[in-house]
Structure formats: structure tokens, C-alpha cells
Design a protein around this ligand. Structure first.
Ligand code: NAD
Length: 486
């Protein structure tokens, strides 16, 4: 039986793209599954002028693709209210308070509140401040929680400032920093494969693993986002958050239990042992790139994209080597890479195990076993092992065992946003980023950015439609390794 959740959920940015595409359909799915029944209310707020009817129509439209029963949808939408509020307008929060208290009484919400910030990051701190000063957080509630969209700062300094602002109102365990990669089914599968199989669990260390690779490649270029992307670059757009959070699931210690507290503690052992590079070390361990045209010249180089400033030094590709100074990982490189206009869209993890010594004779060399966890676009697990060749003489060859997420599995898998909202309603922070991890990721990324900012790079340095600059392959070759996904 689904456990009914009692809460008021307020969406700041309630008329935005994210709310319409992801948030409302996710909440409706939770309603259809019985996690929300009688005791819930949803408040949408933004600065847009909307009547109650217009807002209801907007919500109805946004859930259209998941509605199966019109009466059920109507009942669901009857729990929605809209309030116009400019987030900087102090007086407006009093109106919101009044509405919240009415809803609390009408639906018996026990003072439970979740505030979801789906607005521009510059508003996060302002909203948090008013939630407290205007009394929107409750004293009597079982919980008051904050869900916060990315990006969480643009550097360590700005992230710390934001964090301090939030902590004036919410404790760390009340803050749910969203990284939607952590809501992905196959990212969550990393822990089941690793901790659910003693075979892998026991071998998850420097004695058995040669290197770990994380790839987040995209086919698309900058599209219409040059204004944002030229400031962020691949490093801040993809490495600081998603890539580092995936790395944490791979590099973490074994948690004492599968609770958010223990999971975070186990991840933080890894984060705390991550070596932050000096500018000299950045040169040796990180590669940046910017895309050129594709081979037949049908796609323009980054510098010719709309909105990209002349001579931009922005990185559209990053590859690097991470080092953890820990007993578990001493000497094991973690290679990461991400980029735009690469050969294919692919999010995956490849864990490269050490080769065995061949007992089969000098002419038979064994290969590295590889465990691959495929995240996007198709979920799956592959395990490459040495097995016997079918010829008459005894020889070995590499065979790959493959499992792919089925269509039935896909249908049953909740969208990351549905899962994350449900987790936050249950107070489970396992799949959210905590401050320690976010802060260290920023320090790590800032060190790289600072080193890059002080030196001119020769761009473009990779052809669109390839897997990035040659220097990315050279980085692994220096260690006698190569990218598993080519
Ligand atoms: P959007 O521009 O579509 O919507 C912004 C919302 O904020 C609107 O409802 C708008 O009315 C409201 N707003 C703007 N200024 C306001 C003000 N002064 N006072 C009150 N309300 C105001 O943005 P979005 O795409 O929905 O994104 C929202 C947040 O989610 C951003 O932080 C973004 O970085 C993050 N995000 C979005 C996506 C996505 O797929 N759209 C993905 C990841 C993260």
C-alpha cells in the first residue's frame, strides 16, 4: 500500500517551463499512485498575471499526456491554487502566508511544507530569507523542506554564500539540492550492482580496479543557450554537478546502512580525499576543448554559433584525471569526460578491472575485464570477460555479457523528477547533493578554471562528431590506459 503523504507543496516559478514539463506531471503521477490522496495542496506562484481558471487550465494542459481518467484529473487539480507574487515583494509573502494557512486548515496538512524553487538561481537566497522572516515556515509542522534547482552557485565562493543564506532558514537535512542525474534509474543502479554483489563489492578497490571512467557525451552543440553556456562551459555545466555526483557513487565507501545519513557519510569519505590540483597539476591532469566544424563542414564551429562572443575561450569539452588520496583508491585514476558535438549521446560508467596473469601459456594474453553501466540513452549493464575461444586449440577471447533495460522496465520507471519529489516528501536525501560534496566539487572545479583562465588555449581543437581532442586520448595513454567507449 502506498504511504499517503500529507503536505503543502509550493512551486516558485509555477508558470515556468520546468514546472509545466516535469513538475506538475510528476506530482500527478504521485497522485495516481496513491502517494497523495486527500491531505495535500499545491500552490503555484510566479509573477505572471493569471486567474485561478487560467492556472488550472495550464496545469491540466501540462499533465495531459499522463491523464487516463478525467474525473481523477479534476479532483487532483482541485487541490491547486495560484498566487501572483514577485519574489522580491515582501508584502506579497503575507498573502501567501494567509493562503497557506487556509489550505492547511482545509486539507489538514499538519503544518507540513515543502518549498520548491524553480526560478532563476539569483532568487534562491531572497526567497529563503522571506520564507523565514514572513513566517511561511511553520513551527508546528512535522517538516519544512526546501527543494532547490541547479545551478548551486557558479564558484565555491558564490555557492558558499548561497549555502549560508539557506542555512539561516533551513538545516542541512531540510535542504534537497536537486541534481536530476541522481534521480536516473541507472545512476541509482550503481549502488545495487556494487553493494548487492559481493563479487564486485569485494573487488571495488585499488587491488582489483585499474581505472574508472565516466563519460557524459552530447551530440548537440550550444543551440540557443550561448548566453548561459559561454559563461559556464562544460566544466561548470556538467562536471561540477552531474559528473562529480556520479563519481561519488563510484568512489564512496560502503555505507553502514542504506540511509541518507550513512550514504552521505560514505560519499564524503571520497569527497574529502579528492586531491585538488595546483595550476601545474591542472595542466598534467585536465584537457579542455572547443568544437570546430564537422568533417563535411555542415556544422559550424562553436565560435560561429549565434551569441558566442568573438574569440571565446569557453570549453565545450573537458577530460580529466581525478585522484583520491585514500587507502581504497591510492593510485587508481578516475577519468571523466564530457562535451558537446561529440560522436554520440552517451552517459556511461566503465569500471576497468586489472588483468589476470595468464596461466594458459606465453602466447595467450588476457584482457582487462570491464563492467559498464549504461545510463543514457539506453540503460543497461555490460560485463566484458575473458572466456574460451571456440577454436580447437585452447585460446581465450573477450566476450561481453549484456543486459538492457526492457520497455516494460522503462514504463515502470518513474521520471527522475517524480522520484526526487517523492523522496523529498519522505525526507530521504539519499539522491540529493549535500553541501560538503557540492563545496568540494566547486573547489576542485575552481582550481581548474583558474588555471585555464590564466592561459590562452588554441581553439578549436576537435572536429565535431568525434570524441574530442587527441589530448583526451593521450591523457589515458600516459597511464597505459584507453577510453573504453570510443
Ligand atoms: P522559466 O524561465 O521557464 O520559468 C521561470 C519562472 O520564474 C516563471 O514562472 C516566471 O514567472 C518566474 N519568475 C521570474 N521572475 C520572477 C520574479 N521576479 N518573481 C516571481 N517569479 C518570477 O525557467 P525554467 O526553465 O522553468 O527553470 C527554472 C529553474 O529550474 C532555473 O533555476 C533553472 O536553472 C532550473 N532548471 C530548469 C531545467 C529545465 O529543463 N527547464 C532543467 C534544470 C534546471
Amino acid at each position: 500500500m502506498p504511504q499517503e503523504i500529507t503536505t503543502l507543496l509550493t512551486f516558485f516559478g509555477g508558470t515556468g517551463d520546468l514546472a509545466k514539463r516535469k513538475l506538475y506531471p510528476s506530482v500527478y503521477n504521485l497522485y495516481k499512485k496513491g502517494f497523495l490522496k486527500e491531505h495535500f495542496a499545491i500552490v503555484g506562484t510566479s509573477r505572471a498575471d493569471l486567474t485561478a481558471a487560467e492556472f488550472s487550465d495550464m496545469v491540466r494542459e501540462s499533465i495531459n499526456h499522463v491523464v487516463e481518467d478525467e474525473d481523477n484529473a479534476k479532483e487532483f487539480i482541485s487541490h491547486f491554487r495560484y498566487i501572483k507574487l514577485d519574489v522580491g515583494d515582501e508584502a506579497g509573502y503575507q498573502e501567501m502566508l494567509k493562503l497557506n494557512n487556509e489550505l492547511d486548515a482545509q486539507y489538514e496538512l499538519k503544518g507540513n511544507r515543502i518549498f520548491y524553487m524553480s526560478v532563476a538561481p539569483r532568487f534562491f537566497g531572497t526567497i529563503a530569507g522571506y520564507l523565514k522572516s514572513e513566517g511561511l515556515t511553520t513551527e508546528n509542522g512535522e517538516f519544512n523542506r526546501l527543494m532547490i534547482e541547479k545551478p548551486f552557485g557558479v564558484s565555491y565562493e558564490t555557492a558558499e554564500q548561497l549555502n549560508n543564506q539557506l542555512h539561516e532558514v533551513f538545516e542541512e537535512d531540510q535542504i534537497f539540492r536537486i541534481d536530476h542525474y541522481l534521480g536516473k534509474e541507472m545512476v541509482q543502479n550503481i549502488s545495487s550492482v556494487r553493494f548487492g554483489n559481493p563479487l564486485f563489492d569485494a573487488a571495488w578497490n585499488k587491488d582489483y580496479i585499474q581505472n574508472v571512467q565516466v563519460t557524459l557525451s552530447e551530440v548537440l552543440g550550444v543551440e540557443e543557450r550561448a548566453g548561459y553556456y559561454d559563461d559556464a562551459g562544460a566544466l561548470r555545466d556538467m562536471i561540477q554537478n552531474h559528473t562529480m555526483q556520479i563519481v561519488a557513487w563510484l568512489a564512496m565507501e560502503k555505507p553502514a546502512s542504506f540511509t541518507d545519513k550513512d550514504i552521505r557519510a560514505a560519499k564524503n569519505v571520497a569527497f574529502n580525499s579528492l586531491h585538488i590540483y595546483t595550476p601545474e597539476e591542472v595542466k598534467k591532469n585536465f584537457v579542455r576543448g572547443q568544437y570546430g566544424e564537422n568533417i563535411d563542414g555542415t556544422q559550424v564551429k562553436y565560435l560561429d554559433e549565434d551569441g558566442v562572443p568573438e574569440g571565446s575561450q569557453n570549453d565545450t569539452f573537458v577530460a580529466g584525471r581525478l585522484k583520491f588520496r585514500s587507502a581504497r583508491w591510492d593510485g587508481v585514476p578516475f577519468y571523466i569526460r564530457t562535451g558537446k558535438r561529440l560522436k554520440s549521446k552517451q552517459t556511461r560508467v566503465d569500471v576497468v578491472f586489472k588483468k589476470g596473469i595468464s596461466i594458459f601459456g606465453d602466447d595467450i594474453e588476457l584482457e582487462n575485464p570491464v563492467l559498464s553501466i549504461l545510463i543514457d540513452p539506453k540503460g543497461g549493464i555490460e560485463f566484458r570477460i575473458n572466456a574460451k575461444d571456440t577454436t580447437s586449440d585452447f585460446k581465450t577471447r573477450v566476450d561481453t555479457m549484456k543486459w538492457q533495460v526492457s520497455y516494460l522496465d522503462m514504463e515502470r520507471t518513474p521520471e527522475p523528477y517524480e522520484r526526487m519529489i517523492h523522496d523529498a516528501m519522505n525526507g530521504d536525501g539519499s539522491n540529493f547533493a549535500d553541501w560538503n560534496g557540492v563545496g568540494i566539487s566547486w573547489k576542485f572545479v575552481d582550481a581548474i578554471q583558474d588555471a585555464w583562465d590564466s592561459e590562452h588555449a588554441e581553439f578549436p581543437n576537435y572536429i565535431s562528431g568525434t570524441m574530442g581532442p587527441k589530448a583526451s586520448d593521450d591523457l589515458l595513454a600516459e597511464d597505459g590506459n584507453h577510453w573504453i567507449y570510443k
